[in-house]
Write a new protein. Structure first.
Length: 233
């Protein structure tokens, strides 16, 4: 029954959505859930997606595609999210993931959003699969044979591309722009103290010890007090 309802939901969205729905439908048809799982690392500091997963700062997202917005049992939502209402259609998820605070004004989610259309489509496809009855997105048209090229570089914004950059980007950007990171010039000890403060005072999800060491090494090497573009005090 839920599968039928999910399919009906997608058909209704396709019929009633504004201009741009066909473009989103095409993106979802070509989306890569496995890549979406990797992009979801940006969300994992605040959310789980597996069935029965614990709530963190944000609610568990199992079965979120097509589910009522702001109504997950056992989670206390902001008044803005509760008033947002409706269901998490692919269109609404795409808009919300672009700029959460612009879509739900006054909401409590601090995530800055996913700028790249492909990232959003892949995450939605991943979340759609995290369900007892995933919706059936349209299939992409067969692609013409192509010669494999180099892998698409990871988007790290303004951050230096080096070992540890991906882990640092994923840990920091759910709550703020990477610009805040690149403006700093701290010792490894100061970065460590800042991470502790973020966990204790800002409710950031604790980072696993091994990953934290990688992040601190990266920050100390590329955003320490002796970096060339940081003004000396």
């Amino acid at each position: 029954m839920r599968t039928v309802m999910a399919a009906a939901l997608l058909l209704a969205c396709a019929a009633a959505a504004p201009a741009g729905a066909a473009e989103l439908e095409a993106r979802l048809a070509a989306a890569d859930p496995d890549r979406g799982r990797k992009v979801f690392r940006k969300c994992a500091a605040c959310h789980t997606a597996e069935k029965g997963g614990a709530r963190k700062i944000g609610p568990n997202l199992w079965g979120v595609v097509g589910a009522p917005a702001g109504a997950r049992e056992g989670f206390r939502y902001s008044k803005a999210m509760t008033a947002f209402g409706g269901s998490w259609t692919p269109e609404r998820l795409d808009a919300y993931l672009t700029r959460p605070r612009a879509v739900v004004k006054g909401g409590s989610m601090s995530f800055v959003g996913l700028k790249r259309e492909r990232d959003r489509a892949d995450v939605i496809a991943f979340l759609n699969g995290m369900s007892d009855s995933p919706a059936a997105f349209a299939s992409a048209a067969p692609a013409a044979p192509t010669v494999s090229g180099p892998a698409e570089p990871e988007d790290l914004g303004l951050m230096v591309s080096a070992p540890g950059a991906s882990e640092t980007f994923d840990a920091c950007t759910p709550c703020h722009s990477e610009r805040i990171v690149v403006q700093q010039g701290l010792t490894r000890e100061q970065w460590d103290e800042l991470m502790v403060w973020m966990v204790e005072e800002q409710e950031m999800e604790p980072i696993e010890e091994g990953a934290l060491a990688v992040i601190l090494d990266y920050l100390a090497e590329h955003y320490g007090p002796d970096r060339p573009n940081f003004p000396r005090r």
